[in-house]
Design a protein around this ligand. Structure first.
Ligand code: FES
Length: 895
C-alpha cells in the first residue's frame, strides 16, 4: 500500500494518502474528542476539540492532512487541557440534561471521559424545539451548531434541507424552508439523527439518542434491509424482544453509514395489532383461526387433490422477492420435487424479467455488469427510467454525490424526477418510445465516430445489422417519435460518447413496457458501441432492482423456465445437475408465468395456487381479473404478514415472519449476497416461510432435506456452480460477496466480463430490434398517459410502510397532473378525481405539478384501496410477459 508514514506520540504509523491527522491518531488507537467531525463528512474544523501538536504546531487534527514524516503529539498536559477547555466551553452553554448520567450522546460520553460532570452544563435553555415530524425531533437547547447535520443532509443525502440560523451563541440548526420540520424538504433518511453529537436531533421514543456511534450498551443484530434492492447493511437494536431502533451500519458496503426513511424508521409494522399470528382457514366463506396442523393438513390435501384432478401442472406457486434466497430455493424445490412441475415464478416477472432476458441476450448473465462502487467512479452517468432519489434513496444519494463532485449526468425519463434537477441534459421521451430514443443515441454515436472500433471488432457482434437499422433513426425522426428535441438528443449522445468512463443505470421505466426486453437490449447497445462494458473504459449497464431480493429470487430458480443459477429446464445437462442433488426427475417443459397462472385459473385449468408474500391483487396489473383468477381457483394458499387484498381471496392464510425475524441471505441489485439475521422472533404462532415450506412438504410425506437456511444455500451451490463458493459461514466472515462466485477460495466477480462475455462465442451482442409502438395510445376518450411508480415514503403495496409513521409523511396515493392539464380538465389541486382507463377505475387525490409533462399523469400504488392497478392493462412485454405498467391511457373526471 502506498501511504504516509508518520509518528504519533513517538510510535510509527502508516495511513493512506489523503488521511487527516485525526484518522492517523485514531489509527494509532488514541481517541480524541471531535465534536464537529464525522468520517462520512468533509471536515469543518470549527469546534477545536480535536487539537494536537504536529511538528511543534497546534492544529485541529480533523482538518490537517497527515504528512509524511510528521511528528504528532496528542498526550501532553497542555494539549489535554486545551481540548478539555474547548469541550467544557461548548458544554457550558447547554442545559444540565445535556450531560445527565444516562444520556447516550457523543458529547455526554466525551465529557464523562474527560471528567467533565453535569454541573459544567449551565445553560438555561428556553430555545424550544420541533416535534412536528414523526421520526425527527429537534431540541434547540442541545444544538452546538457543529453543522454535522447540515453537512450530512447536503453531502451524504443530497437534500440540502437543513441550515444554521442565528448568530454567535444563538446559532442553531433549522429547516432551510423556514417552517416546521414536517413541512420541510426533509426526507427522513435519519442522517442528521445519526450524526448529531448532542441529542439535539433525535428519533423520538425508545430509540431516543441512539446513533450508529453510541449504541454500545444495546443488543445488536447486523442484517440487510428488507425494503428495496439496494441492500443496505443495518444494525438492529433490540430490547426485551422488541426492535428499539434500526441504525445504518457505518461499514455497510453499499450504504456506507447511510439509510432511508424505510429501512431506518419503518419497522412499526412489526408490532402492528393487524399482524397475522395464527393460520386462517376459510369455512363457510369466512377465514377462521385454526392450528398449524389443521391448516397444513388442508394445504396438503388440497395440493394432492389438485394433482389428482389435473396433474402436477394444475398447481403453481408465486414465490417471493421479499423472502430470502434460501426460502426461494426451497419453494422452487418444493414445486419441482414434491409437486413435479415447473410452475413457479416470482415478481421479477412484473419488474425486471426484461432485464434478465435482455442482459443475458446481450452479455450472457442475468445481472448488472458492474458494482455500485464502479458506477460511482464514472465521469458520465446515463440514468434511464429510474427515480433512485425516491425509489432507491441510498443509491440516489450516492449518484447525486458523484454528480455534485463533477460527473456529467444525462437523465432520460418522462418525469422531472429528483436527479433530473441536477442533469446536464434531461431527455423526456413520450412513455413507450424508449427503443427509438436509444436508437437515436446510438445513431449519433455511430455517425459522430464516438464508438470503440477495436472493442466492436474484437469483442462484439451484430454491428452491420445494427448500423443498417440505425439509418432509420436520425435525430429528427427520433424527435418526432419521442418528443425529445434533436438538439438534446445530440447533446446527450455526445456527453455519453465522449466520457472516459461512462456508466448506465436504469430502472423500471425501461423494462415495464410492451417491448421492455428490446428496450434493455437497445440500451445495452450504447455501452457496447462505446466499449464501456467489460473494460476499464466504462462501467456498464446496471439495473436498479426493485424489491430487496428480486435478484436472488430469480438466482435461486424461482422461475418457470430456469433452475437455480439460470440453467434452463430444457437443458438436459442443467436438469441432470439438479436431479443428481434432488434425487428426482425435473420436468423438462417450462412452467407457467404469473399472468399465465391467472389465465389458467380463470380457465379452470389451475386448481391450486400458493402465493408467498406477494399481494398480487394490489400490485399486479388489471387487478379485477387477478381477483377473478383467485376466486376461480379451488385452492389458494397465501403466506402473509397481514390480511392483504390477496389474503382476503385465499382459502388458507399462513402467518409468516418478516425480514427482521428470519435467517438467510439476500442478493442486492449489484449481485452481492449478504446475510439476513433475525433480530426478533416472529410474533405468536407466525413462522418463517422456510419453516412453512418444510412443514408443508412433511405434510405431503416428503423430506426436502437442507434443514437449515445455511444447508439450503450450500445445496444450491451444488445445483448451481456460480454459487458454489458461497456459504453462510463465509458471508459471516467476509460480509458481502458478489456472484459469480464458483470457488470458496476466490472472491466473487464484482465487475463482469473483463476477459470475455458469457455468451457462447464470448462476445457482446448488439441488438437490431426496430422501435414498435406501445400497447396503448391516448385518444379522444382516454387522452392522458398514466405512468405508475413509487413515492419516497412508501414501498410497493404499502403493507409495511402504511403501518407506522410513514403514513403521516405520505397519507394517500396522489395523481400528479401538469398545470396545463389541470386547467384543461378543470381539476383543482387537492381535489378527488376518478381516473378511468379501458380496464377499470380508481379514485385519487390530485396534485398539480410540473414534475409530469403535459398529457401525462403519474401515481403510486401504495394504497390498495385507491385501486390503481385496476387501471393498468394486461399488455405485457412480448418476450417476458412483464406488464406494461408505464403506459396506460386514462381520463380524469369528477368523482
Ligand atoms: Fe476537529 Fe471539530 S472535530 S475541529
Amino acid at each position: 500500500m502506498t501511504g504516509i508514514k508518520l509518528e504519533v506520540d513517538g510510535a510509527a504509523h502508516d495511513v493512506p494518502e489523503g488521511a487527516s491527522l485525526l484518522a492517523a491518531v485514531r489509527a494509532a488507537g488514541i481517541e480524541l474528542p471531535a465534536l464537529c467531525s464525522d468520517d462520512r463528512l468533509s471536515p469543518a474544523g470549527s469546534c477545536r476539540t480535536c487539537l494536537v501538536r504536529a511538528d511543534g504546531q497546534i492544529a485541529a487534527a480533523c482538518v490537517t492532512p497527515a504528512a509524511s514524516g510528521a511528528q504528532v503529539e496528542t498526550a501532553t498536559d497542555d494539549l489535554q487541557q486545551l481540548r478539555r477547555d474547548a469541550v467544557e466551553l461548548i458544554a457550558s452553554a447547554l442545559p444540565p440534561r445535556a450531560l445527565a448520567g444516562d444520556n447516550p450522546s457523543e458529547l455526554a460520553h466525551v465529557c464523562r471521559s474527560l471528567g467533565i460532570g453535569p454541573e459544567a452544563a449551565q445553560g438555561v435553555g428556553g430555545r424550544g424545539g420541533d416535534d412536528s415530524h414523526p421520526y425527527v425531533h429537534l431540541d434547540r437547547d442541545l444544538c452546538i451548531a457543529c453543522g454535522r447535520c447540515v453537512r450530512m443532509c447536503a453531502e451524504v443525502q443530497g437534500t440540502f434541507a437543513l441550515t444554521l440560523v442565528g448568530r454567535g451563541a444563538d446559532t442553531v440548526v433549522a429547516p432551510g424552508t423556514g417552517g416546521s420540520w414536517a413541512d420541510s424538504d426533509c426526507v427522513a433518511c435519519g442522517g442528521c439523527v445519526d450524526t448529531c453529537p448532542t441529542g439535539a436531533i433525535i428519533e423520538p421514543g425508545p430509540a431516543r439518542g441512539l446513533t450508529s456511534a453510541s449504541h454500545q450498551a444495546a443488543s445488536l443484530t447486523r442484517t440487510t434491509c428488507g425494503y428495496c434492492g439496494v441492500g443496505c447493511s443495518l444494525e438492529v437494536v433490540t430490547r426485551d424482544g422488541e426492535v428499539t431502533a434500526v441504525l445504518p451500519a457505518r461499514d455497510g458496503p453499499v450504504n456506507q453509514g447511510h439509510a432511508c426513511v424505510k429501512g431506518r424508521f419503518a419497522h412499526g409494522y412489526l408490532t402492528s395489532p393487524e399482524r397475522l399470528t395464527r393460520p386462517l382457514l376459510r369455512r363457510d366463506g369466512h377465514l377462521e383461526p385454526v392450528g398449524w396442523d389443521e391448516a397444513l393438513g388442508h394445504v396438503a390435501r388440497g395440493l394432492r387433490a389438485a394433482v389428482d384432478a389435473g396433474g402436477p401442472d394444475a398447481v403453481a406457486a408465486i414465490s417471493s422477492a421479499r423472502a430470502t434466497n434460501e426460502e426461494n430455493y426451497l419453494v422452487q424445490k418444493f414445486m419441482r420435487v414434491v409437486i413435479g412441475t415447473n410452475n413457479v415464478d416470482n415478481c421479477s416477472r412484473l419488474c425486471h424479467s426484461p432485464s434478465a432476458a435482455g442482459l443475458t441476450a446481450s452479455f450472457g448473465l442475468s445481472g448488472g455488469t458492474d458494482s455500485l462502487d464502479d458506477v460511482e467512479r464514472a465521469d458520465c452517468l446515463l440514468v434511464v427510467g429510474a427515480n433512485p432519489v425516491e425509489a432507491h434513496p441510498v443509491v440516489g444519494a450516492r449518484l447525486l454525490r458523484r454528480v455534485l463532485h463533477g460527473a456529467k449526468l444525462v437523465v432520460a425519463d418522462p418525469r422531472a424526477v429528483g436527479l433530473a434537477l441536477h442533469a446536464d441534459v434531461h431527455l423526456r421521451p413520450r412513455p413507450g418510445t424508449n427503443v427509438a430514443l436509444f436508437h437515436g443515441l446510438a445513431h449519433i454515436l455511430l455517425t459522430e465516430g464516438l464508438t470503440d472500433e477495436e472493442f466492436l471488432r474484437d469483442r462484439a457482434t451484430g454491428l452491420p445489422e445494427l448500423t443498417e437499422l440505425l439509418d432509420d433513426y436520425p435525430p429528427h425522426r427520433v424527435a418526432d417519435i419521442t418528443g425529445v428535441p434533436a438538439s438534446d438528443l445530440i447533446a446527450a449522445a455526445r456527453l455519453y460518447g465522449r466520457a472516459r468512463r461512462p456508466a448506465i443505470v436504469y430502472g423500471l421505466g425501461v423494462t415495464e413496457h410492451l417491448h421492455g426486453t428490446d428496450g434493455v437490449r437497445s440500451l445495452a447497445n450504447l455501452a457496447i458501441l462505446r466499449g464501456a462494458v467489460g473494460t476499464d473504459r466504462g462501467h456498464g449497464v446496471n439495473p436498479l432492482r426493485g424489491q430487496n431480493n428480486v435478484q436472488g429470487a430469480s438466482d435461486m430458480g424461482a422461475l418457470p423456465d430456469l433452475l437455480p443459477g439460470y440453467g434452463k429446464v430444457t437443458d438436459p445437462a442443467a436438469r441432470s445437475r439438479a436431479e443428481a442433488v434432488w434425487g428426482v426427475p425435473v420436468p423438462e417443459h417450462p412452467g407457467l408465468r404469473i399472468p399465465d397462472m391467472f389465465a389458467a385459473a380463470r380457465a379452470g385449468d389451475l386448481r391450486a395456487l400458493w402465493v408467498i408474500g406477494e399481494d398480487v391483487c394490489a400490485t399486479d396489473p388489471d387487478a379485477n381479473r387477478v381477483a377473478q383468477a383467485l376466486d376461480a381457483c379451488p385452492l389458494v394458499v397465501c403466506n402473509e404478514l397481514f390480511l392483504s387484498e390477496t389474503a382476503r381471496h385465499a382459502d388458507v392464510v399462513l402467518p409468516v415472519a418478516s425480514w427482521l425475524e428470519k435467517d438467510g441471505t439476500f442478493v442486492n441489485f449489484d449481485r452481492r449476497f449478504q446475510r439476513v439475521r433475525p433480530a426478533v422472533p416472529p410474533p405468536a404462532e407466525a413462522r418463517t416461510d422456510f419453516d412453512v415450506i418444510h412443514a408443508a412438504a412433511s405434510a405431503m410425506g416428503v423430506d426436502l432435506g437442507c434443514p437449515t437456511p445455511a444447508d439450503a444455500l450450500a445445496e444450491c451451490g451444488r445445483v448451481a456452480p456460480v454459487f458454489a463458493g458461497l456459504s453462510h459461514h463465509r458471508l459471516d466472515r467476509e460480509g458481502a460477496i458478489p456472484w459469480p462466485c464458483p470457488n470458496p477460495d476466490r472472491p466473487g466477480e464484482a465487475k463482469l466480463y473483463t476477459e470475455r462475455f458469457a455468451t457462447p462465442d464470448g462476445r457482446a451482442r448488439l441488438a437490431a430490434a426496430p422501435y414498435l409502438p406501445p400497447g396503448e395510445q391516448p385518444d379522444d376518450d382516454y387522452p392522458l398517459i398514466l405512468v405508475t411508480g413509487r413515492r419516497w415514503a412508501h414501498y410497493n403495496s404499502g403493507s409495511m410502510t402504511r403501518r407506522g409513521g410513514n403514513l403521516a409523511l405520505d397519507p394517500v396515493d396522489f395523481l400528479d397532473l401538469h398545470p396545463d392539464d389541470a386547467v384543461r380538465y378543470d381539476v383543482q389541486d387537492g381535489a378527488q378525481v376518478t381516473v378511468e382507463s379501458r380496464h377499470g377505475r380508481a379514485r385519487l387525490i390530485t396534485r398539480v405539478s410540473e414534475q409530469t409533462a403535459p398529457g401525462q399523469v403519474f401515481c403510486s400504488f401504495h394504497f390498495p384501496a385507491s385501486g390503481v392497478n385496476r387501471l393498468t392493462s394486461d399488455h405485457a412485454d412480448t418476450v417476458t410477459s412483464c406488464p406494461e405498467y408505464k403506459v396506460t391511457a386514462v381520463r380524469v373526471a369528477a368523482p
